[in-house]
Design a protein around this ligand. Structure first.
Ligand code: FAD
Ligand code: EPU
Length: 339
């Protein structure tokens, strides 16, 4: 029997640590709980928020509808020649899954070590770090369709993954709840060490033939040195996406700002480091009321204590305005804004 709670504080359910309450709150421990929940027509008409680890959202107000916290557990794997298929419940903690794979020598996820949040949210924005994205290890996922109550399997192509994007964030937003994700990994590692300081950090440790566990440890230690720990200072990781602009827009910008940090990509597009743009506008480490940017990473907005979601949002708008005024580049929020 599902327990629907009323007027539940979400402060401990979002890594920004902002106060907001849920009018109704339910925990889902099994995929069939969703079928049971939506048999009651009341919930078909109620606004709904799916919650994993709450590490990529900013709550602006109390939520007047039903918060559905996904806690579906379980990890299974099957080895086939040199490939491994791993299937995990949406409520598994992402980093627990990474550790499950690292310990067993299943390669592919090591660069995604220590990303907060749940397995079920990982396809939503196609999580990525250190040169690897979820799409590189994703095989398929199973999702509950709210309109029909049916479970549908999505293949990788159907998810339309892109940089911090998927079909679940665009065309199908709010229409499906992911209940499990299947990954395709390898027993033969093929490391991606070029990004950031991974190679240098391995050298510093005297490691010249790294194992999967070595790479995972090094990625985790680089992340800890740059990013604030949400258990001590509220945040949701990068608040904005790194902007992607055309080469035609980029070249005059580079002439004006020769130091501009950039990553040329496919189709004549260039990705800019939003952290650099924000730092150049003087925001790095700034404290503004209860909010601010992180001292080691200007792309991360933080809660210094009692910030409200609205306060963080207003601050983020100030940053967008100043980056636009200086560089003519419009930052897009990466964090999901829940109003
Ligand atoms: P939530 O915040 O709970 O939800 C995020 C969105 O997904 C919401 O819209 C929610 O409704 C929806 N959702 C959640 N679960 C489901 C589900 N089962 N079905 C359907 N919709 C669902 N992200 C990166 O990509 N790379 C990084 O390197 C990275 N570093 C971070 C570092 C820190 C310190 C923090 C705090 C965050 C970081 N993030 C990073 C962002 C975050 O970890 C990811 O976006 C993560 O996937 C969010 O998972 P979650 O379970 O907390 O999602
Ligand atoms: N930089 C600055 N000042 C800053 C921050 C960054 O100048 O305050 C410049 C530096 O030149 C640095 C470059 O920006 O070398 C890139 O910075 P970093 O390596 O920290 O990565 P990022 O581009 O800021 C992205 C992701 C992170 C991911 C890291 C590592 C986005 C929006 N963010 O950050 O993801 O962990 O790369 O791969 O793509 C997240 O999504 O929440 C997240 C943390």
């Amino acid at each position: 029997m599902l327990q629907i709670q009323e007027n539940v504080s979400l402060k401990n359910f979002n890594t920004f640590g902002v106060e907001a309450s849920a009018r109704y709150f339910v925990e889902i421990n099994h995929k069939d709980d969703l079928v049971e929940l939506f048999m009651d027509p009341q919930w078909m008409q109620t606004p709904m928020l799916v919650l994993g680890g709450g590490s990529n959202m900013l709550l602006l107000n109390d939520f007047a509808g039903l918060v559905i916290r996904i806690n579906i557990r379980g990890i299974e794997h099957r080895i086939s020649h040199n490939e491994v298929f791993v299937e995990a419940g949406a409520g598994e903690v992402w980093n627990d899954l990474v550790n499950f794979c690292v310990i067993r020598g299943f390669a592919g996820m090591e660069n995604l070590s220590l990303i907060p949040g749940s397995v079920g949210a990982s396809p939503i924005q196609n999580i990525g770090a250190y040169g690897v994205e979820l799409k590189d290890v994703f095989y398929s996922c199973i999702a509950f369709e709210l309109a029909t109550g049916a479970f549908k399997t999505f293949t990788k192509d159907e998810c339309q993954f892109d940089y911090r994007e998927s079909i679940f964030k665009s065309e199908l937003k709010g229409q499906y709840i992911i209940v499990s994700v299947k990954f395709r990994l390898s027993l033969i590692p093929s490391f991606n060490l070029k990004y950031g300081a991974i190679e240098q950090e391995l050298n510093n440790r005297g490691i010249h033939q790294p194992t999967i566990a070595d790479v995972s440890k090094v990625v985790a230690s680089i992340r800890v040195s740059k990013l604030p720990d949400p258990s001590t200072i509220g945040n949701a990781g990068s608040f904005f996406k790194n902007p992607v602009i055309s080469m035609n827009e980029f070249l005059p910008l580079q002439t004006k700002f020769p130091e501009i940090v950039n990553y040329p990509g496919a189709n004549n597009m260039v990705k800019l480091a939003a952290g650099w743009l924000i730092e150049q506008c003087g925001w790095k480490g700034k404290v503004v009321g209860n909010t601010g940017t992180w001292k080691n990473q200007a792309l991360v907005l933080v809660n210094h204590g009692d910030a409200t979601g609205a306060e963080v949002y207003t601050f983020s708008s100030q940053i967008i305005d100043s980056v636009y005024t200086k560089f003519g580049v419009m930052l897009q929020r990466e964090v999901n804004i829940i109003s």
